[in-house]
Design a protein around this ligand. Structure first.
Ligand code: ADE
Length: 259
């Protein structure tokens, strides 16, 4: 199996590359894709192929990197799953630093083509929310919950599923967050790439998973709190990715998006 692993920042990839074997590199201008093999403990042949990149912040950078990543093959194998991991601002008071949010749906909160389309509707898709595949979200949720419950990974808190909103805006203002939460009932977290990656995967008909770890409260202290958190998160980001890889045998590899 071959996972396209995308993050916005190098800190979110952490030590992933150092845990892969037989690395090769593909460059597209300033985008570097590193492919390699991941061996489950004790395995004699590669368990999962990984092609990894960090895109930079925002929807355009994320969509560009996702598209390039989906064109990457490794040992002749196309990408089976596009996996985006990184940090997000909490949009619910019960979500704290280190809690994990797996979106079942994503919205681009800065998409507004009124009066031609209703607010938030993505014209190319004619809908406002992009749903991820239940089987993949359930597998990742169960894998992470199980590892956390068994204390196999440190630091991480609870795992929640729900709605994530993406936009080209770092939210560091309680009133902006409150407006978004009012307009988007059930909103769990805000970030700057997920719905762009999910749109690319949806249009390219490739399964996609987004895994976000809460770094801040998207309030007036968000910038400082985010920067401090990132330094700690860099040391743990691989643990989250490795947890999913360790559960690769239970993943719904044969479940593809519907046409
Ligand atoms: N990613 C992490 N924290 C964020 C925030 N407050 N706003 C947007 N994206 C984020």
């Amino acid at each position: 199996m071959h996972i396209g692993l995308l993050c916005a920042m190098p800190e979110e990839i952490g030590s992933t590359i150092g845990n892969l074997q037989n690395l090769s590199e593909t460059n597209w201008g300033d985008l570097k894709i590193i492919s390699g093999e991941w061996y489950e403990s004790g395995a004699k042949s590669p368990s999962v192929y990984i092609s990894a990149a960090w895109s930079g912040w925002g929807k355009v950078s994320a969509a560009r990197a996702a598209t390039r990543l989906l064109g990457q093959s490794c040992r002749g194998r196309e990408i089976d799953l596009l996996l985006f991991t990184g940090v997000a601002g909490a949009a619910k008071p019960d979500l704290k630093q280190w809690d994990i949010v797996l979106p079942t749906e994503l919205v681009q909160h800065d998409m507004d083509a009124r009066p031609l389309f209703q607010k938030y509707v993505i014209p190319a898709l004619k809908k406002e929310k992009i749903a991820l595949m239940d089987q993949w979200v359930e597998w990742a949720t169960a894998s992470l919950q199980d590892s956390i419950a068994k204390n196999l990974i440190e630091h991480f808190g609870k795992v929640e599923t729900g709605l994530i909103a993406t936009g080209d805006k770092f939210i560091a203002d309680k009133s902006v967050l409150e407006n978004l939460s009012r307009e988007l009932p059930g909103l769990c977290a805000v970030e700057m790439e997920g719905a762009a990656v999910a749109q690319v995967a949806f249009q390219e008909k490739v399964p996609c998973l987004i895994v976000r770890v809460i770094s801040d409260g998207a309030d007036n202290s968000a910038a400082q709190v985010f920067n401090d958190f990132l330094k700690d998160y860099e040391k743990s980001s691989w643990n989250l990715i490795e947890t999913l890889l360790n559960n690769h045998k239970e993943a719904p590899w044969n479940t593809k998006p519907n046409d």
